[in-house]
Ligand binder design. Structure first.
Ligand code: AGP
Length: 612
């Protein structure tokens, strides 16, 4: 959550900070701020509640901040309501030091109270302010900035990525990281820090990833990175492959719509490097039989939509590998005493690769001796770096808070993984394997077919956007799909929505169905279509309005029972949810559009959830 950008160069910092913050705004958008050090050594700060546009107006209407060095922040509030005072950067009472921070300082109250006893006056409700007040306190005592930084890092507990400016060192910026992402960007006579690679795409593609416990001193002319014992490190530099245009709207009304439309290409890029001569190849795994040796169960661990991918994976991988597979919410996983150890393989799925709960689950699994395979979109992210094996989804940058192309690529890749392992372990018939390979090749084209009729989804959305409550029902893979369809709708349109296994409805929830209730019935999983049909009839006979989604092969069975029907091409049942999610994404998008919602930045949310 929250975004950090920092710049040290020979040109004005503020335009670069604002550009970076604009690209980071999807990480948090309840307030924003910047700090610079002017040529005459003054520390200057401007910050405000609200979107970045408010900060821009403030900077335009007042004296602009000058200076060739600066830090910026976009906030998703944890401690203290979103207001001007709680916005970052925070400044110490002597106004010498400014700090931007992502993460949570868990022992902030204890530090705050002890500083208050020493006469320090706090101005905000945030945990972050203790960092800067403590820094000024130690700096006063030690008169060496880095000594003070290390003293603070030794004292605070919790997660942090931070950028620090001190007016006594007008040409340098200091950075520190633990359990929250931070990277260094390199340019000519200019260098950067950022919490997220998208913030830097327009400036540089050469980066180093900071590791926990590291600090950095950044000037226009160079970067020094130190380990926790203050030894200078030689850090590897990486080249970012994403293009800056991929993180821009490119004429679309919303990033979400652009990202929905990018799915054929994203899925193609994810599939094609892993198909050769009619076989699935996964070079990243080296040796599949080694990976699966002694494995008797699989946990798929993730949050939100990535967890829904895990639910699909549970059905698919159990069928393909004939071992128990459990899909787990990462936030529950590490507190539920899972049966970890050498016989469990843990698959962690994450678009950002930075989700704290998923990261914690990964560490717990490794600590208990399990192998961890991650499916991640952001290259070089923490989850990708710490897993034993990583498979990248090549979705490109995903900016809209509601995930779309990351979800479809994760699902495609997880299914490919299942089929690949089944083949390596002789668990799949050659005939079925060949069908799946052929259909994988055709999948991007079929996604385009589903998308190319937006009128259907627009029409349904304009008919139903005023509903207050929507149920999604389905069985097996359709149930997993319903979870995602329901989440898409509620997160961007704020309509209450629930997803139920269709057979479970009559065990309680059906009492909520009354005349006019909207039910989105998913009937694409052909082996259970008759049973799904019975469930549709049950809700219909209680007055529900039904939107049904089904395949072209069985539409005649379903259509008489529904007010609207979304028809998708029939593919192998394991690949069907990749097509099935597209109408649900578009329906949610158009409903939210009809309701005038802020689609790319829904209230209370942030793209990357780096707090527990
Ligand atoms: C879905 O639209 C959400 N943005 C959210 O549920 C997301 O999938 C979840 O927070 C996990 O994020 P990750 O993939 O970056 O780990």
């Amino acid at each position: 959550m929250c975004g950090i950008i920092g710049f040290a160069g020979k040109t004005e910092a503020v335009p670069i900070l604002l550009d970076g913050l604009e690209r980071l705004e999807y990480r948090g958008y309840d307030s924003a701020g910047v700090a610079t050090i002017s040529a005459d050594g003054r520390l200057q700060v401007k910050k405000s509640k609200g979107r970045l546009s408010v900060l821009r107006e403030l900077l335009d209407s007042q004296n602009p901040l000058s200076g060739n060095i600066g830090i910026g922040h976009t906030r998703w509030a944890t401690h203290g309501e979103p207001n001007d005072t709680n916005a970052h950067p925070h400044v110490g009472q002597e106004r010498k030091i400014a700090v931007v921070h992502n993460g949570i300082i868990e022992n902030y109250l204890e530090i705050k109270n002890s500083l208050i006893r020493k006469g320090v006056v706090f101005s905000s409700d945030t945990d972050t302010e203790v960092i800067v007040q403590l820094l000024e306190y130690y700096y006063r005592k030690k008169s060496d900035l880095m000594d003070a930084v290390y003293a603070v890092l030794n004292r605070i507990k919790g997660a942090y990525a931070m950028g620090i400016l001190c007016s006594d060192f007008p040409g340098q910026m200091v950075a520190a990281k633990k359990d929250a992402p931070l990277l260094i960007g390199y340019g000519k006579n200019k260098n950067y820090i950022a919490s997220d690679v998208t913030a830097l795409l327009a400036q540089t593609k050469t980066v180093s990833y900071m590791e926990d416990g590291e600090t950095a001193v950044i000037t226009a002319d160079g970067v020094q990175i130190f380990d926790r014992d203050r030894f200078l490190l030689e850090k590897e530099k990486h080249l970012i492959e994403w293009d800056v245009s991929a993180a821009e709207k490119g004429g679309y009304a919303h990033f979400m719509l652009k990202e929905i439309m990018e799915q054929p290409e994203a899925v193609r890029k994810t599939i094609s490097p892993r198909l050769a001569d009619g076989e699935i190849v996964m070079e990243e795994l080296n040796n599949a039989s080694e990976l699966m040796k002694n494995i008797s169960r699989i946990y798929i661990v993730a949050c939100g939509s990535a967890y829904h991918v895990g639910m699909t994976g549970k059905y698919a991988l159990e069928r393909l590998l004939h071992i128990p597979v459990e899909a787990c919410l990462a936030s529950e996983f590490r507190y539920s005493e899972p049966l970890l150890g050498e016989s469990a393989l843990v698959i962690v799925i994450s678009q950002s690769g930075e989700t704290l709960d998923s990261m914690a689950a990964l560490r717990e699994a490794k600590r208990k001796g399990s192998k961890v395979l991650s499916i991640v979109n952001v290259m070089g992210s923490s989850i990708a770096r710490e897993a034993d094996y990583v498979l990248y989804t090549w979705a490109g940058p995903e900016i809209a808070v509601a995930t779309t192309k990351a979800y479809t690529t994760q699902m495609t890749l997880l299914l490919m993984l299942g089929v690949y392992l089944a083949k390596q372990l002789n668990g799949i018939e050659q005939e079925e394997y060949a069908v799946i390979i052929r259909e994988l090749q055709d999948l991007p084209e079929k996604i385009s077919v589903v998308m190319n009729d937006p009128d259907r989804y627009q029409k349904a959305a304009s008919r139903y956007f005023n509903h207050n409550s929507v149920f999604y029902i389905g069985r097996n893979l359709d149930y997993a799909l319903g979870l995602e369809g329901s989440l898409k709708l509620k997160e961007i349109s704020y309509i209450h929505s629930e997803s139920y296994a269709a057979g479970e409805l009559k065990h309680g929830t059906i009492s909520l169905i009354e005349p006019g209730t909207l039910v989105v019935a998913l009937a694409t999983y052909e082996p259970l279509v008759e049973k799904s049909l019975s469930n549709i009839v049950e809700v219909k006979s209680r007055g529900a309005e039904v939107i049904a989604m089904t395949t072209e092969r069985i539409v005649s069975l379903i259509e008489s029972q529904a007010s609207e029907v979304f028809v998708i091409p029939k593919v192998h049942s394991l690949l069907q949810p990749v097509l099935g999610v597209i109408p649900l994404q578009l329906f949610a998008y158009y409903v939210a559009l009809n309701r005038g919602c802020d689609i790319d930045k829904p209230r209370n949310l942030a793209k990357s959830v780096t707090v527990e």
